[in-house]
Design a protein around this ligand. Structure first.
Ligand code: UDP
Ligand code: MN
Length: 353
């Protein structure tokens, strides 16, 4: 059964292996990633919400096109009770079943922007793990903080373990008649939890603390790069990062020209080395991989009261244009002002492609 919350999936690893044997043309590989994202079934309440959803989707399509990933966008509720942040789990499960050839499903919240179009997921690093989220172990176990990890961007392996985890995870969600009880249980464990009901991020933290032996081994908390980066700490720095990269591009282009043809082969490697030499891998200098506008609620407009809608709007424009510049520059154009989305100017004719 493909239905969610009904019969649990059993023996998926075996079934998946059999399917792959019968469909050799799909050529499964450890690197095969399916990006899954989506949004609500109805028109956004916020008048600019659907426009933002389109730009946020375009950004993900661009990243997938560049890196050869498949993408699936969903805007129906596969389980009527699984709304909001709980909507992704029935979808992740269905995506695993619909795409046995995909080794990884990469869930990216609609309100998250890929802000480094060149960065490749370091999948090799996760070969012994089944779930990857941004987070910090010490913060999780010492502070039991709600922000010790983020469930808005996650990589989950297409396997039985993931089915079991999601089964357990969503047992704390709204399809369970007991979910109010779970909200309270989470709150008593996670002091800085603001949302009163049971939420998926708290549920994961809860499982990592209360059922550590069962799950923690296979979960990778990533903090070496921004698999998820909180937008408030990022958007003000984007102009400077953008200038820094342009400078690097100019310098590397000069070097390349000086060394003519043969060096052009090594452009990518040269740029990497040049950036390393210049300390470009530090935070606030390097492009953040993903900028997540958690709390901004672009579709409903019901943003967190800690900041204004203007701050969210401007932040999203900046992040989207910052990312789009990395795409547009290949087409010979650039947004000179990250806050002005409609203005583009042509790049100098000999700009490096
Ligand atoms: N979402 C969905 N269907 C829905 C509602 C939400 O797929 O009906 C997805 C959407 O991608 C959204 C995510 O669920 O980004 C989580 O919600 P949100 O980003 O608003 O939570 P936050 O990051 O602000 O905590
Ligand atoms: Mn989000």
């Amino acid at each position: 059964s493909y239905a969610f919350g009904e019969e649990p999936m059993k023996d998926w690893d075996l079934k998946r292996r059999e399917w792959l044997k019968l469909h050799p043309s799909f050529a499964a590989s450890e690197e095969k990633v399916l990006l899954v994202t989506g949004s609500q079934p109805n028109v956004c309440k916020n008048p600019v919400g659907d426009h933002l959803q389109l730009r946020l989707f375009k950004n993900k399509v661009d990243y997938c096109r560049i890196h050869g990933h498949e993408i699936f966008y969903n805007n129906v509720l596969l389980n009527q009770k699984g709304t909001g942040f709980w909507a992704k789990y029935p979808l992740l499960r269905a995506s695993m079943l619909a795409h046995p050839e995909a080794e990884w499903i990469w869930w990216v919240d609609s309100d998250a922007v890929v802000t480094d179009m060149e960065f490749k997921l370091p999948l090799e690093r996760y070969k012994d793990h089944n779930l990857v989220v941004h987070g910090w172990w010490n913060m999780l176990y010492e502070e039991k903080s709600w922000t010790s990890l983020n469930a808005g961007v996650l990589l989950i392996r297409n396997c039985q373990w993931s089915m079991d985890l999601m089964e357990r995870w969503t047992s704390m969600g709204p399809q369970n008649p007991d979910h109010e009880k779970w909200g309270k249980a989470q709150k008593s464990l996670i002091k800085d939890k603001a949302y009163p009901g049971s939420d998926d991020q708290s549920a994961l933290i809860y499982l990592l603390i209360k059922e550590k032996d069962r799950w923690a081994d296979k979960i990778y908390l990533e903090s070496e790069y921004n698999l998820h980066g909180y937008w408030l700490g990022i958007v003000d720095g984007l102009d400077k990062i953008s200038k820094g990269y342009m400078e690097i591009d100019r310098e590397v282009d000069l070097l390349r020209r000086r060394h003519a043809e043969k060096m052009s082969l090594f452009y990518g490697a040269m740029r990497e080395k040049h950036m390393k030499d210049r300390g470009f891998w530090k935070e606030n200098v390097r492009r953040p991989f993903v900028t997540h506008f958690t709390g901004c609620e672009p579709c409903s407009g019901e943003h967190n009261s800690m900041y204004t809608w203007e701050a969210c709007w401007n932040g999203m424009q900046k992040a989207l244009n910052f990312a789009d510049n990395q795409v547009l520059s290949r087409f010979g154009f650039v947004h000179p002002d990250l806050l002005n989305s409609s203005l583009v100017s042509p790049l100098p004719f000999d700009f490096p492609a």
